[in-house]
Ligand binder design. Structure first.
Ligand SMILES: NC(=O)c1ccc[n+]([C@@H]2O[C@H](COP(=O)([O-])OP(=O)(O)OC[C@H]3O[C@@H](n4cnc5c(N)ncnc54)[C@H](O)[C@@H]3O)[C@@H](O)[C@H]2O)c1
Length: 220
């Protein structure tokens, strides 16, 4: 089940996955959901459970970058919008899913944070603060659910070439790139490979962890 506030994007992502499956079995749905709308998230989650029977895995990935400018110039509306999608959205989705996972004594959740949340990027105060919030939120959720077979972890990628980079200035992208010791962008299969293990049944012990995906930028 793919959620995105942009229905066309959710649909094209579903089509891409179906095509890449090359005939392998499986059910795939998509739905337009705005993660900043807590009530819409609750009802979309209830519908997903009804449709699919149960939810084993949740990946909280929706995010926006916001503008790149010093914190004292940052428009308040942009600050609120970034915190709403990047932090509140993760909380609303987790809040909807965790009672179901607790009841079933099973769940794997991955929250998409960022290297910005570990280090605090200049000219990205809202994004950095929201992603730091996601890291702490992940740790709280993990501790609250550690008595069950539930793992809640987050991931802190460096820059990858996706649509989100259209929202920031070229000089900001150059600065992000220059901080990656690997000397290249993160590729999407590299991110997917890490997430695939994090949401697997094999990941039965690690919870509340911050998985680095920064090409050597953060060695802690
Ligand atoms: N690309 C990078 O360099 C990078 C680095 C670190 C972390 N991340 C994080 O990875 C995640 C995925 O981003 P991406 O790089 O694939 O960018 P992207 O722009 O391609 O994907 C983000 C998706 O979130 C959706 N979205 C935005 N607001 C939403 C809302 N309110 N409700 C539902 N969906 C919403 C967008 O429509 C979009 O499809 C984000 O959380 C981002 O912060 C990206």
């Amino acid at each position: 089940m793919i959620w995105d506030r942009d229905r066309d994007l959710a649909e094209s992502a579903s089509q891409e996955i179906l095509t890449s499956r090359q005939g392998r079995e499986g059910d795939l749905r998509h739905s337009a959901v705005d993660v900043t709308d807590a009530e819409a998230v609750m009802s979309a989650f209830a519908m997903a459970v009804q449709d699919l029977g149960c939810i084993d895995i949740m990946v909280n990935n929706a995010g926006i970058a916001g503008p790149t400018m010093p914190s004292w110039e940052y428009p308040l509306d942009d600050w609120r919008a970034v915190i709403d999608v990047d932090l509140n959205g993760v909380y609303y989705c987790a809040r909807a899913a965790l009672p179901h996972m607790r009841e079933r004594n099973y769940g794997r959740m991955v929250n998409m944070a960022s290297i910005a949340g570990k280090e605090g990027n200049a000219d990205a105060c809202a994004y950095s603060a929201a992603k730091a919030g996601v890291i702490a939120l992940t740790k709280s959720l993990a501790k609250e659910t550690a008595d069950k077979d539930i793992a809640v972890n987050c991931i802190t990628p460096a820059a990858a070439r996706t649509r989100i980079l259209d929202q920031v200035s070229p000089s900001f992208i150059d600065s992000m790139f220059s901080k990656i010791p690997r000397g290249r962008f993160l590729s999407l299969p590299e991110a997917a490979g890490m997430v695939a293990w994090m949401v697997s049944e094999e990941n039965s012990f690690t919870t509340g962890a911050v998985f680095d995906l920064s090409g050597g930028r953060a060695t802690y």
